[in-house]
Design a protein around this ligand. Structure first.
Ligand code: ADP
Ligand code: MG
Length: 223
C-alpha cells in the first residue's frame, strides 16, 4: 500500500483561483521525489497539503490507507509531527538561539528529559557535520551550515517524511549540491523525501520527477 495517496485533490480560493486542479498522486515509502514547475504553479500549496499545514478544497487524502481527516481528529499536531517535517528555502531558524537549541526545539513538548533531548539533538547534529558548532548562534553560520541545522531539526523528530520547499534555492551551486548529497544519504537510510526545486541538477538526482503547471500534474516519471 502507498504511504501517501491524493485522490482528485483541488485547492480553490474564494476568488475562484484554482491553485490545484484535480491532483492524483501516490507516494511510496522510501521515494525521493522532485516537484518542479513554474513559479505560482502550486508546488508549495501541494507540499503544504501533503504536510497537513494547508487544507484542500476537495478530494481525498490518505496516509497509509487511512483518510487524513479521520487520522488527525484527536491529536492533529502529534500526528502531523510523527509523519512530516519541513525544510525551507530560508531555513526558518531562530537567529537568537544556538544551533543545539534550534535542533532541540521540536522536542520541547515530547515526554522525555532534557538530557534525552540533548543526546538526540547532538546525534543528528553529528550526522549533518555540525556537532562542533552546537553552541554557536545561528547568525554566526554560513547559509549552507544553517540549512544543515534545519535538516538536523527535521531529522530530530524522526518523522517518516521530509518535505523540502526549495531547500537549495538560497544557496550557491556547490553548497546546494552538498545539501542535496546529505538528503540523498538520508533517503538511502529509508526516509521518504519530497523536494520542490527549480534546479534540474537537483531534480535529476531524484528517483522521480513530477512536473506541475497551472495546478495540474503534466508529467510524473520515475528514473
Ligand atoms: P509555487 O510554490 O509553485 O510558486 P504556490 O503554491 O505558492 O506556487 O501558489 C500557487 C498560487 O496560489 C499562486 O498563483 C498564488 O497567487 C495563489 N495563492 C496563494 N495563496 C492565495 C490566497 N490566499 N488567495 C488566492 N490565491 C492564492
Ligand atoms: Mg513555492
Amino acid at each position: 500500500m502507498e504511504l501517501l495517496k491524493l485522490e482528485n485533490i483541488s485547492k480553490i480560493y474564494d476568488n475562484n483561483t484554482i491553485v490545484l486542479d484535480n491532483i492524483n498522486l501516490k507516494i511510496r515509502k522510501g521515494e525521493l521525489i522532485a516537484i518542479m514547475g513554474p513559479s505560482g504553479s502550486g508546488k508549495s500549496t501541494l507540499l503544504n497539503i501533503l504536510g497537513i499545514v494547508d487544507s484542500k478544497t476537495s478530494g481525498n487524502y490518505y496516509i497509509n490507507g487511512k483518510e487524513v481527516e479521520e487520522l488527525i481528529k484527536n491529536k492533529p499536531n502529534k500526528l502531523r509531527n510523527s509523519f512530516f517535517s519541513f525544510i525551507f528555502q530560508y531555513f526558518a531558524l531562530l537567529k537568537q538561539y544556538t544551533v543545539l537549541e534550534n535542533v532541540m526545539l521540536p522536542l520541547t513538548y515530547r515526554k522525555c528529559s532534557n538530557k534525552e533531548r540533548i543526546i538526540k539533538s547532538e546525534f543528528y547534529l553529528k550526522k549533518v557535520g555540525l556537532l562542533e558548532h552546537k553552541d554557536k548562534k545561528i547568525n554566526k553560520l554560513s547559509g549552507g551550515q544553517q540549512q544543515r541545522v534545519a535538516i538536523a531539526r527535521a531529522l530530530v523528530t524522526e518523522a517518516e517524511i521530509i518535505l523540502a520547499d526549495e531547500p537549495t534555492g538560497n544557496l550557491d551551486q556547490k553548497t546546494g549540491q552538498d545539501i542535496m548529497e546529505l538528503l540523498l544519504e538520508i533517503n538511502k537510510l529509508g526516509k521518504t523525501i519530497i523536494i520542490v526545486t527549480h534546479d534540474y541538477n537537483i531534480a535529476k538526482q531524484c528517483s522521480r520527477i513530477i512536473k506541475i503547471v497551472d495546478g495540474k500534474i503534466i508529467s510524473d516519471e520515475c528514473y
